[in-house]
Design a protein around this ligand. Sequence first.
Ligand code: DAH
Length: 378
Amino acid sequence: MTTAQALRDDALSRITGTSDLDTLESLRVEFLGKQGSISALLKTLGKMSPEERKEQGPLINGARTEVADAITARKEALEAEALDRRLASETLDLTLPAPQAPQGSVHPVSQVMDELAEIFADLGFSVATGPEIEDDWHNFTALNMAETHPARAMHDTFYFPDRDAVTVPASSSEAVGEKRRMLLRTHTSPVQIRSLVEQGAPIRIIAPGRVYRSDSDATHTPMFHQVEGLVIDRDIHLGHLKWTLETFLKAFFERDDIVLRLRPSYFPFTEPSVEVDVGFAMENGRRVLGGSGDDEGHGWMELLGSGMVNRRVIEFAGLDPDEWQGFAWGLGVDRLAMLKYGMDDLRAFFDGDNRWLAHYGFSAFDQPTLSAGVGAKA
Ligand code: DAH
């Protein structure tokens, strides 16, 4: 046996016997590396006689090729085995349930505001907003409550210190130079004035939002929510007001048997003013709207304040009351939510208790409303 054949046999048997890639690499260096034994043999070819070279050349080159091929084949086999072992040990169980991420919910107040916006959009109303930090002109004066008006005292207003009062700038169309006290708006009615001044007439808006009064017990919180409504156009009368509120309440409570009663009342910004009552029946200790309050076993519940917009308010907003009339209303959103979804303590609305929210909140993914957004039903 020639040296080349002996080296080849030794290399092949050791290559077959290797079970790891590192050993295989050291075998490659040992036989085929720069200082390797087969490489050294190749270098001897140059010093041989032509006859000898003719005989030894194919043997040495053949040994080199065989060893190189054997290393490549063994390497592939070892790598495939390693991959199989990894695949076997790292299998993913796709049927395992994913860990639950905490999920938020839509607050009943947001839900109800969205429902209101949707229903009134169908009646041609857009949504208007105004600042919660308001001045006393928009919150009171322009709504026909002069400085000495007793209704101002009734509102338990949160005022800012006098040093925060603002002076009406010369660029304004309103009483320039007048001092205005800043306050947290006590109702959404100032949005009537702001919208009328900005957009003019005709106008149909609702204005949902937060309002503030210094008041706190089981049915009052210092912050609560109202939705204001305002329609100004030509030839508007009380019949439009009643139809609009009736249509809205039927859609909101999803009942055709909603019956309203308009009672004479007083608000400085409406004339005539009406208190709107709605008929209800007791079911399992809860008030359920529907039917006339005069029916057997029924009663009337006060729901909202409303009326034909006072001529003076239309003038304050810069419009001619002989040309433009309309109606307005103000409604407690929190109470509306309590009535529809059956909560009984207003304070829980603002406690931020996750258990309450999980129970009364709405899924953001299957509600056909604005807050819901993604995945809303058509
Ligand atoms: N702003 C009144 C309040 O907070 C509610 C109200 C009554 C609003 C009659 C109106 C209205 O627009 O016409 O008590």
